[in-house]
Design a protein around this ligand. Sequence first.
Ligand SMILES: *[C@@H]1O[C@H](CO)[C@@H](O)[C@H](O)[C@H]1NC(C)=O
Ligand SMILES: *[C@@H]1O[C@H](CO)[C@@H](O)[C@H](O)[C@H]1NC(C)=O
Ligand SMILES: *[C@@H]1O[C@H](CO)[C@@H](O)[C@H](O)[C@H]1NC(C)=O
Ligand SMILES: *[C@@H]1O[C@H](CO)[C@@H](O)[C@H](O)[C@H]1NC(C)=O
Length: 318
Amino acid sequence: MHHSARRHHLLAVAVVASLGATATATSYDSFFPAVTKQTCSAKLNYTDDSPYSKNVADLLSVLTSPTSAIDNWWFRRATVGSASGLAISASGLAMCFADSDASSCRSCFAMVTSNVSGEVFLPDCDHSRNVSLVSSDGCVIRYADAPFFGTSVSSGAGELVLRFPGGDFDGADAMRDARRALLGQLAEKAGGEAMRFATGSQGFMVRGIWKVMYGMAQCTRDLPASECTGCLVDLLAVMYRDVSVTNSTEASVMGFSCYLRYQMDEPIHIAGMALPPSPPPPAATHPTGSASPSTVGKMTTVLIAAAAVTLLITAIGV
Ligand SMILES: *[C@@H]1O[C@H](CO)[C@@H](O)[C@H](O)[C@H]1NC(C)=O
Ligand SMILES: *[C@@H]1O[C@H](CO)[C@@H](O)[C@H](O)[C@H]1NC(C)=O
Ligand SMILES: *[C@@H]1O[C@H](CO)[C@@H](O)[C@H](O)[C@H]1NC(C)=O
Ligand SMILES: *[C@@H]1O[C@H](CO)[C@@H](O)[C@H](O)[C@H]1NC(C)=O
């Protein structure tokens, strides 16, 4: 299935679920627009003829052009204008999520950069000095009147949580174990990668049937390794706090500094990368349905943090 169609499919479920309606399979097929989350400082905080306005325009151009070059690995950071004296310099970054496609990411950037006949895409951010936006179209874009690079936005500032509503399905326990092992491992691994990105899979057994959980984790590339991992662990906690994600076989959490996604049974398509190999079913006749010992051993630190959250959820939710 085409990626953006898939994402809209997922979104539709999230929207329907939040309305409390009873969802049926056919109702998922219609098109839903991308959802966004943004935080902005006071609006109408500078004028069009101000130096800051010019610097923001120049910055956005540096961050997002030429649009023909934008692909799913796009990342730029820049500061424009003098950093001395009055707060007129503009600093920012723009990144596409690795699982987005170029056209979705471009339309995501356009939410901040477009200036077609004065149309304002984000009314609450109109002429705000500081803007942070994340969109299910697959991008994050931020700018501010002072540099902010290297520090992640703390969780709670705003995340998008997209998921299939979790049911009471057979094998949810094994699914959660595999998810915890996989996402904990990816959160740690992404921080150490130059691209601040990691993808992987984790097999598990449900009543004799071999299943695979696929995941990916990504941070903005200005972050040092520890900030990246910390940001992703925070997203894990967001995921585990959300009861509707508890048994969900597919979900993602998108923050202003990092992004975490998993889905069961179907590999996550990353343009420019081969699909990950599926972990083969164990040859042993006594499958445990949990993460392989080597994976779990390597991930002790992250897993402990995640496990504490899970226990908390279990205590509240059941
Ligand atoms: C921008 O907002 C700050 C407070 O948030 C205020 O002190 C300042 O006067 C505003 N500047 C303009 C040009 O509106
Ligand atoms: C936006 O468009 C208006 C009218 O076309 C123009 O005056 C203004 O300079 C543009 N602003 C930017 C930031 O490009
Ligand atoms: C914008 O963000 C920068 C960097 O975090 C901060 O120093 C500045 O005070 C913020 N400006 C406004 C108007 O909120
Ligand atoms: C998740 O599934 C388990 C069965 O494995 C069930 O006991 C639990 O109530 C479900 N939790 C939610 C939040 O649906």
